[in-house]
Design a protein around this ligand. Structure first.
Ligand SMILES: *[C@@H]1O[C@H](CO)[C@@H](O)[C@H](O)[C@H]1NC(C)=O
Length: 483
């Protein structure tokens, strides 16, 4: 018995070197395959025609190809965005409308509560749009003082829920507080309002747009937008970019859910838990997701005019079709300490986002578009993340994510790719437990909320369950905070 461990030790030393070299070889092979797995970005070029699905459209004269572009309603909300507006945003937006065609776009921007000179920067933009004859609505909202007054207009304690929509009890402070998400949803709907107002002109025969393009306070260029518009040859309910605040870390985790409904496992490339999603990211293919926003997102505009139900939609029968709007979850659900981003709920509410699960023999679950009626329109379904469009919240980071980090144009740079892949593996291993626990907490509260529907009310239902997280967010001073 005593001899054995020594024998083992001796043996193990004998095997140490081969083991070391085997591991080293495997590691080198792994690094090599990770580096090779990064595809070059597939992007639409300004010089080619409007439909460069294969990347090789014929060059056409600018006036000819403009009419192949969809008409676009460009929309944004602003609060303390002066820096990016003045450094690049205004200029990039003007380049974009020059390229798409002045008579084929509409620009709608809403500002509120800024403490810097965002209002002045937007007025500069307005002057430039007017000079070009572009139609626009620029809505300079409340001052920071008016906004504070609004936040301090607490309803009395014991106000019935129906009389204080958007307010939630703050037990730390002993008064009601304004919920952040319904507030943001209201501002976004305000920015969307000119879309319907335009269509309502001329007795309802006014202009309608093909696409709704939301742009955050990011650095971007015309090619980014063209690439995004052309995601899947233009067939989508919505398509999003990727956004970055710091190279190479992905930023907007609040709204992103993969096709399985999971959040990104890590801010490092290739971000996802789903193997399908990771394969798509590496190949530069659009990634099927349930929800995303990411700095820039384009929607098929149809559901914002009216949501005529498609099969498999929650709006099927018994509901009057109505235009898609931004919203928060119900106050009664938020009281269970749950919140969901308005940028995720909009996809959950959009009947065109939906896919049905079609089981296939070999690979198990594989999501297919719902095919019903007109085959052409049923292709315009699903939410897609286009990994070839990378925008950033500052000019230096934008240059980095566009150049790929090491300047080769391949994203991300070599070190970030290897490091990110290993972080992804590690996080996936950890997240299996963590995601289940988190998901369980949310699900239990959702069940309790449903079960506790007051007598005589419609059964409680939240179609955006995938968006829910264990948070409570309120407006606070000139920003917001968690409760
Ligand atoms: C602006 O809107 C009006 C009303 O819809 C329309 O008649 C006009 O052609 C538009 N102008 C441009 C440049 O798009």
């Amino acid at each position: 018995m005593l001899l054995r461990p020594r024998l083992l030790r001796h043996r193990s030393r004998k095997y140490q070197r081969p083991l070391f070299y085997t591991l080293l070889a495997l590691f080198i092979l792994d690094v090599w395959s990770i580096l090779r797995s990064r595809g070059a970005a597939i992007r639409s070029s300004i010089a080619s025609t409007a439909k460069p699905a294969g990347g090789l459209g014929e060059a056409a004269s600018p006036s000819a190809h403009k009419h192949d572009y969809p008409t676009v309603f460009i929309v944004s909300v602003h609060r303390n965005t002066e820096k990016i507006l003045r450094s690049s945003w205004n200029e990039n937006l003007l380049r974009l409308v020059d390229h798409l065609g002045h008579d084929r776009v509409y620009v709608s921007a809403v500002e509120s509560g800024s403490q810097d000179h965002t209002k002045e920067a937007l007025l500069d933009l307005q002057a430039q749009l007017a000079a070009r004859g572009v139609n626009y609505t620029i809505n300079l909202g409340t001052t920071v003082w008016e906004q504070l007054d609004e936040l301090f207009a607490w309803p009395e304690p014991n106000t019935p829920a129906a009389e204080r929509p958007g307010w939630i009890w703050d037990s730390d402070e002993g008064h009601y507080a304004l919920r952040r998400i319904p507030y943001l949803a209201r501002v976004r709907n305000q920015a969307m309002a000119p879309l319907l107002a335009e269509a309502a002109l001329q007795g309802g025969q006014g202009r309608r747009f093909d696409r709704v393009l939301w742009i955050n306070d990011v650095a971007f260029d015309t090619e980014d937008v063209l690439t995004l518009l052309d995601t899947r040859g233009g067939h989508y309910a919505a398509a999003c970019a990727m956004d970055f605040k710091e190279y190479p870390l992905y930023y907007d985790t609040f709204a992103l859910r993969d096709a399985d409904g999971d959040k990104a496992v890590s801010p490092h490339w290739p971000w996802f838990r789903s193997a399908d999603a990771r394969a798509d990211v590496r190949a530069g293919r659009p990634v099927r997701v349930q929800s995303c926003w990411n700095g820039m997102v384009v929607f098929n505009a149809l559901p914002f005019y009216d949501t005529s139900p498609v099969s498999d939609s929650p709006l099927k029968s018994g509901h009057t079709p109505q235009p898609l709007l931004f919203r928060g979850v119900d106050d009664s659900l938020a009281e269970y300490h749950l919140e969901g981003s308005e940028c995720c709920l909009i996809h959950a509410d959009n009947p065109h986002s939906r896919f049905s699960d079609v089981p296939t023999s070999s690979s198990g679950r594989r999501r297919q578009p719902v095919v019903n009626g007109d085959a052409e329109t049923s292709k315009d379904i699903g939410v897609w993340l286009n990994p070839n469009v990378r925008v950033a919240y500052s000019a230096p980071v934008y240059r980095q994510v566009r150049a790929g980090g090491d300047g080769s144009g391949v994203f991300p740079g070599g070190f970030s790719a290897v490091y990110g892949t290993w972080v992804n593996r590690w996080q996936r291993a950890l997240s299996s437990v963590q995601f289940v626990l988190e998901g369980q907490t949310v699900l239990n509260r959702l069940r309790r909320w449903r079960a506790e529907t007051p007598a005589g009310e419609q059964p409680r239902n939240e179609p955006g369950a995938v968006c829910l997280i264990n948070e409570m967010q309120i407006m606070w001073q000139n920003g917001w905070k968690h409760l």
